[in-house]
Ligand binder design. Structure first.
Ligand code: PXG
Length: 460
């Protein structure tokens, strides 16, 4: 008999048991217990259903990860086949297995040719933990052990484990014991929020030059790497001006500082390119990956290394005292292979670039370009943010933008739409398989939610 998770209890039962035993992520657990979480039981394409049969359009791909949408039988079959053939083996005892070998072959056929090696993990946080150790090890091998400071950005997000929290720039996470030595931060390139009157191009250069100032302050001989998301995801889907990344790259090269891109959200087609750094036109030394690698069907992440770094680690490094029980897990690798083949062979990434991405971006600009609540629309491919603002021309923001955005998100749920709010921004990142009808529904329901919010605040 096949054992299955029961879905026959009442919502109240699920909520009571959940409250009794489970601590959720990034929430006031006491408040959640009083409210009761939504109980999601099923997904298909972009749609989710809760235990009471209510349907939601998932405008966030789960948590930026279900790039292929829900309900893919091919991914389920790949997992099932691998579970039967070889459910587990490790990478410690001088072994490998076909699933991880095939995954690497496929991954490096999709990546730009200057990358050659991967260290596999189970999540994005772990990818960034591995990043910190790998970067420090790299400089150690090259005889520069003092080069160990990692520079991240305020409001950046790199995960929830200790090193990843410290590398990120979420102050409230730092304040809860989330700091380690030898990490520094510079500001994020958030043009709309800057108080001067620089053009985006001027502001992008100024924001990038903070990196140069920070390197000079710390001493280039002490700085190992600069780590950043190509566009900030959890921090509010903030797109840097075009001038930003080329200048960051120039500075990293000038001071021999490694350039590390966190592609956990941007990777695997989100922007219409396979990786977000390709959209922005720069060449990182490392890429942290997770989420879209398996479309979230099973946990897997990794750190991708350039040939230059991999050569040092492999040829000169000897033993790297590092490893995870589940590195390159065969079932995760099998799912990743099925996922990447689908993204490639069904032309999904190309479709995002040429068709559905521009369609979403145009629809948003048509609907919200002159909306009294919206000051800026950012995005490319199937990721976008709407910035709430009191006055678009002067970039004056609402004092209570946070509450407004949270309210808009709550109305979204009432309307059967899942979008996210961060500070004064509404964020969407639908599955990459979204067709035009899905995008119409997404934009339409977002308009209803934003209009209802505007009405409640007396702005429409
Ligand atoms: N890097 C980036 C850029 C991320 O967005 C991580 C690393 C960590 O990955 P794991 O797999 O360890 O969670 C992430 C995760 C949000 C939100 O509110 C985003 C993430 C996680 C939780 C919430 O947008 N991204």
């Amino acid at each position: 008999m096949t054992a299955q998770v029961n879905t026959d209890r009442s919502t109240g039962d699920y909520q009571a048991l959940d409250a009794a035993h489970h601590i959720h992520a990034f929430l006031d657990q006491k408040a959640l217990n009083e409210e009761g979480p939504r109980v999601i039981v099923r997904g298909e394409g972009l749609a989710l259903w809760d235990n009471d049969g209510k349907r939601y359009l998932d405008g966030m791909s789960g948590l930026w990860c279900t790039n292929l949408g829900y309900g893919r039988k091919d991914l389920a079959a790949a997992a099932s086949r691998q579970l039967e053939q070889l459910p587990y083996y490790n990478m410690f005892f001088h072994t490998t297995h076909p699933a991880v070998v095939e995954l690497s072959e496929l991954l490096f056929s999709l990546l730009p040719s200057h990358y050659s090696h991967a260290i596999y993990t189970n999540s994005g946080s772990e990818a960034n933990e591995v990043l910190i150790r790998t970067v420090r090890r790299y400089w150690q091998i090259l005889g520069k052990p003092q080069k160990k400071i990692m520079i991240g950005r305020w409001n950046g997000y790199h995960g929830s484990t200790l090193g990843a929290t410290a590398l990120g720039g979420m102050k409230f996470m730092h304040d809860m014991g989330g700091v380690i030595p030898d990490v520094a931060h510079i500001d994020e390139p958030y043009w709309f929020a800057h108080e001067g009157d620089l053009t985006p191009a001027e502001f992008g250069l100024r924001a990038a030059r903070q990196l140069e100032e920070k390197i000079l302050e710390l001493g280039a001989e002490n700085v190992a790497a600069f780590v950043a998301e190509p566009f900030q995801g959890a921090g509010g889907m903030i797109f840097p001006p075009e001038s930003y990344w080329p200048e960051i790259q120039r500075i990293c090269r000038k001071y021999d500082v490694l350039l590390c891109a966190d592609e956990v959200i941007g990777g695997f087609g989100r922007t219409g390119e396979w990786f977000a750094h390709q959209h922005f036109g720069f060449e990182p030394d490392t890429l942290s990956i997770a989420k879209g690698l398996t479309s979230g069907y099973i946990p897997m992440g990794g750190l991708i290394l350039s040939k230059r770094m991999a050569q040092v680690l492999v040829e000169q490094g000897g033993v790297f005292a590092h490893g995870l029980t589940y590195s390159g897990h065969p079932v995760a690798a099998a799912v990743a292979i099925a996922n990447l083949k689908a993204l490639r062979d069904e032309g999904i990434v190309t479709q995002v670039k040429q068709d559905t991405g521009p369609y979403l971006q145009n629809c948003l600009r048509e609907v919200f370009g002159n909306h009294p609540l919206i000051g800026e629309i950012q995005g490319t491919g199937l990721v976008a943010a709407l910035q709430f603002a009191e006055d678009k021309a002067s970039r004056k923001r609402f004092a209570n933008e946070n509450d407004m955005a949270w309210r808009c998100r709550t109305i979204g749920f009432e309307e059967g739409l899942i979008i996210r709010s961060t500070l004064g921004r509404m964020i969407m990142a639908p599955a990459l398989v979204a067709g035009k009808a899905d995008i119409d529904e997404l934009v339409d329901k977002t308009r209803i939610a934003v209009d209802r919010t505007a009405r409640e605040y007396g702005l429409l």
